[in-house]
Design a protein around this ligand. Structure first.
Ligand SMILES: NC(=O)C1=CN([C@@H]2O[C@H](COP(=O)(O)OP(=O)(O)OC[C@H]3O[C@@H](n4cnc5c(N)ncnc54)[C@H](OP(=O)(O)O)[C@@H]3O)[C@@H](O)[C@H]2O)C=CC1
Ligand SMILES: CC(=O)N[C@@H](CCC(=O)OP(=O)(O)O)C(=O)O
Length: 362
């Protein structure tokens, strides 16, 4: 069996930790290097006691010299920290960046929402993303760009939930593209191990629910628009408008996205069963995406610990809106699971190697 050595940078953080957990269960990968920042010199076991097989690895400095020499390099660093580093990595290594530095195709969007140096977009690591149509009307997927890729950009976690919920509507012209809204319940781990992306202290977040990143400011908006523009076959994101409001809720992992848009006449003329069938067909043969039976709504507890996305769609005919739902585990499907899925495809391994769609509910 082919074995690949893997270096994980950001190994002491939540996203890097989930990558290590998945890699520990993967038959083709062996973690041979872990790197960090303030934890350099520590045993990894001090930070990741739930992954005993890598407990004795020592956290090394995050530098190109340390990371080069391994077949695969996973970067799980704060955004802005991987762009310059990535430029010094071995061109023959397969590199996956879980941060945002290589996701956006538009420099303008990067400048508007992130700022700092812009780095070119890498092959986007969301295999099920609809990017066009092939012969006989079947969808072309992002999966087709991944074999042989050596630079892969891991999508944002909120982006993943919103895209998977709503992309069939754009692909089939079922919602007016300037009427989109997305409201999300998001678990604490999305903010990283210090809750720092929310500016909240643990005592303020615990037992409470509060919105953040409101008013069109959240950095995931341009990435969602980029994806939905691909799914809808639009030349750019100007055709789309999205009101996006995430809310921090008291759970460790999970995202529940509620995404809606005003129905087109085409959608309004369809029955509930026909609408549901469009979602089911869009995700047929997409092993990790489950369109739930009509009447069953997604819940984060059912996907925690897995690379699955649970999706549902309903028509609110009084409001004239289609409402799509997706539940994911932000660290697994939203980050490390999706990254390993993309790596599997890039390396020609079975797409599901080392991954599960079985959750740990309740
Ligand atoms: N959490 C999530 O749900 C998701 C996270 N991501 C992305 O993954 C990346 C990591 O996020 P997350 O794990 O949540 O964050 P954490 O704060 O939990 O972890 C950050 C990691 O990066 C290291 N680090 C911090 N600063 C630097 C630096 N200047 N140079 C090198 N390493 C550094 C830390 O090392 P040390 O502990 O040693 O200081 C730690 O290992 C981010 O880009 C994030 O946006 C993407 C999707 C979802
Ligand atoms: C609760 C919380 O703060 N969640 C984060 C998740 C972002 C994330 O991790 O994705 P990036 O890689 O794009 O930063 C947020 O909404 O910004």
């Amino acid at each position: 069996m082919t074995k690949y050595t893997v270096a994980v940078a950001g190994a002491t953080g939540y996203a890097g930790g989930e990558a290590l957990r998945i890699l520990a269960m993967h038959p083709n990968f062996e973690v041979t290097c872990v790197a960090g920042h303030s934890s350099v010199g520590d045993r990894l076991g001090a930070h990741m006691p739930h992954i005993p097989q890598y407990a004795d690895l020592i956290v090394e400095d995050t530098s190109a010299d340390v990371l080069n020499g391994h077949d695969v390099i996973i970067l799980a660093l704060p955004h802005g920290a991987s762009g310059a580093l990535a430029a010094r990595l071995d061109p023959n290594a397969v590199v996956v960046d879980l941060g945002a530095d290589h996701r956006l195709e538009s420099k303008q969007a990067w400048d508007d929402y992130y700022g700092g140096d812009f780095y070119e977009a890498w092959t986007y690591g969301m295999p099920e993303l609809i990017v066009g149509r092939g012969q006989l009307g079947s969808y072309t997927r992002q999966r087709e760009s991944l074999p042989g890729a050596t630079r892969i950009a891991g999508p944002g976690c909120n982006v993943t939930a919103v895209t998977l919920a709503m992309q069939p509507a754009l692909a089939e012209g079922m919602v007016k593209p300037k009427t989109l809204t997305a409201d999300l319940a998001v678990g604490y781990s999305g903010a990283g191990k210090n809750l720092k992306r929310t500016n909240l202290l643990a005592a303020e977040a615990f037992g409470s629910a509060t919105p953040y990143g409101v008013g069109g400011t959240h950095r995931h908006i341009p990435e969602i628009l980029q994806n939905l523009a691909h799914a809808g076959g639009f030349a750019d994101t100007d055709a789309l408008r999205l009101a996006f409001t995430p809310m921090l809720v008291p759970m460790a992992r999970g995202i529940l996205a509620v995404v809606s848009g005003e129905m087109t006449d085409h959608a309004a003329a369809l029955s509930d069963d026909e609408i549901h069938r469009i979602w089911a067909d869009a995700y047929a043969r997409q092993e990790f995406i489950s369109v739930l039976p009509s009447g069953t709504l997604p819940a984060t507890a059912n996907v925690v610990g897995s690379n699955a996305a649970h999706v549902q769609v309903v028509a609110d005919r009084r409001a004239g809106r289609l409402i799509a739902f997706a539940a994911i585990d932000n660290l697994n499907r939203g980050t490390a699971g999706q990254a390993v899925q993309s790596l599997n495809i890039a390396l020609g391994l079975p797409e599901d190697a080392g991954l599960t769609k079985i959750g740990v509910a309740p």
